[in-house]
Design a binder for this molecule. Sequence first.
Ligand code: PLP
Length: 413
Amino acid sequence: MHAYHTPLDLVRERSPERPVALVRRDALAVAARWFRTNFTGDVFYAVKANPSPWVVRSLAENGVNSFDVASIAEVELVSECAPGARMAFMHPVKSRAAISSAYFDHGVRTFSLDSHDELAKIQAATGGAQDLNLIVRLAVDAPGAAYTLNGKFGVSAFEAPDLLRATRQATRELMGVSFHVGSQCMRPSAFQAAMAQASRALVRAAVFADVVDVGGGFPSVYPAMVPPDLSEYTAAIERGFADMMVHEATELWCEPGRALVAESASLLTRVELRKGDFLYLNDGSYGSLFDAAHAKWPFPVKLVRESDGSGATLRPFQFYGPTCDSVDHMPGPFWLPDDVREGDYIEIGMLGAYGVAMATRFNGFGEIDSAEVTDAPMASMFGLAPRSIATPRQDGGSVIKLTRAKGKKRRRR
Ligand SMILES: *Cc1c(COP(=O)(O)O)cnc(C)c1O
C-alpha cells in the first residue's frame, strides 16, 4: 500500500479517479494496545467490523491475536493473515460444513450457540469432539446502544437455564456465556446490567461458567455521539464481573469490533456534480456509506483542497452516491465550505468500522483503492484527536459559521 502523509498529498500526486480507503495503521495499533492494556481479560477482535487483511495482520502484530469469526470465509482470512491465532466461531447459527471445516481444517475449538439444535449440530459436525469450548449466547436487556443486536440471537432468560445445563454436560473443556449489549453502546452501565442477567441465568441453572464473554458494543466517536471514556466501560465490566457468581479461574473475554477499527480508516471521495445543496459523489450506500444512508449518521467531513476553506462559511450538504438507486442518498447534514464544486475531494471520517470494508459491486460501482496516510483521525477515543466532533448548528438562515453546538444550547435555555 502506498503511503502519504496527508490525504491532500495523495490528491496532489494522484487525483484519484476511484474512491480511496485511507488507512491509518497507527490508530489501529494504539487501539489494539489500549484494549490489551486496559481490558483485564482476553480480547477477541470481531472480524466483521473490518475484514481487511491489513487489519487482521496489524492487530496480531499489536497483541490482539484472538479473533471472533462468523463465517468460514472469516476463518480462512484469519488463518491466512494471522497463522496460529486463536479463533472463536461466535455466530449462533452455522452450517454443518462450516463447523466441520473450522474444527478439522483450521483448529477452531470455540463455538457459540443459542439453542439445543445448534448444540447437537456442533457435536455432530465435529464427530463428537471432546475438546470443545462452548459458549451460550444469552439475550439480554441492556438499553443504551445505537444499534440493538437483540432481535435475532440469544436464548431468553426463561429458556437459558436448561440450555446452560445441557451445554455444561456436553463438554469437559470451557463452558461459557456471552451476550452483545448492542453496537455503539453509549452507556457503560449496560455491560454491568447484562452481566447481572447472565449471573442470574447461571444461578438458576446451578452451573458455573468458565468464560464470561461480554461481547462487543464499545463505542467510537460520531457527530452528536460523544461516548464516555472507554475506561468507564472497563471499570463497569470489572464491577459487573466482581458481582457475578463465578469461580476463581473464570475467564473474562470481550469481542470489540467498532472501537478497535473505527478510527483506522476514512474515505476519500470526489464530487462529480453539484446541484444546489446536493453533492453527487463517486461512493455511496452500496460502497462505504451504508450507515450514512440507512442509519442517517452524519459522519464528519473535510474538504481536501489546496486551500481547505478553513474559516470559510459552512453550509449543510446532502450526498448522493453513484448508483441509480434512489436509496443511494446520505442526508447528513454534511457541513462543508459553501463553494464546494465538481472535482473537489472530500474526506469522510470514522469509517474504519462497518464502512470502507462494506463495499458491494452494485451497478458497476464499488471498486475502491487503498492508501496509507499518517495524519491523525478526525476524532479519537485514544487521545489521537478530540473525543468529540463539533457540529455546527443552523441559525435561521442555512449558512452559518462553525460553532460548538453545546455552548449555544445552554444559552437558549
Ligand atoms: C458484531 C459483533 C461484535 C462486534 O460488535 P461491535 O459493536 O462492533 O463492537 C461482537 N460480537 C458479536 C457476536 C458480533 O456479532
